[in-house]
Write a protein that binds this ligand. Structure first.
Ligand code: SF4
Length: 97
């Protein structure tokens, strides 16, 4: 039986959150609201830091280099609560291809 708050999955096999590294400030609203415990706040990974724009690098420095990571992305059921909760509008939820 499907959770009542689960959006119907398409033929692609589910949903996955995508975090905009230039927007995330590691405020952990996604950690608090996600019913599937998908997110964790972790040290910004070197390859992600290298890909940041100038403003993103400045924000990362100001916020101590901590950002959200979807460490259990396979658990996402596409409810979009993280999208609405993020104060930086850093998260989108997309259908897996
Ligand atoms: S869409 Fe829902 S289940 Fe998926 S990461 Fe966001 S809050 Fe968690």
């Amino acid at each position: 039986m499907t959770d009542p708050d689960t959006r119907e999955r398409g033929t692609t096999g589910g949903w996955t959150p995508v975090i905009d590294r230039n927007r995330c400030e590691g405020k952990a609203a996604c950690v608090a609201v996600c019913p599937k415990n998908v997110f964790a706040i972790e040290r910004l990974r070197d390859d992600d830091r290298a890909a940041l724009g100038l403003l993103g690098k400045l924000k990362a420095w100001v916020h101590g280099g901590q950002q959200a990571y979807a460490v259990r992305a396979d658990q996402c059921h596409g409810c979009n609560q993280c999208v609405y909760a993020c104060p930086e509008r850093a998260i989108t939820v997309t259908a897996k291809s």
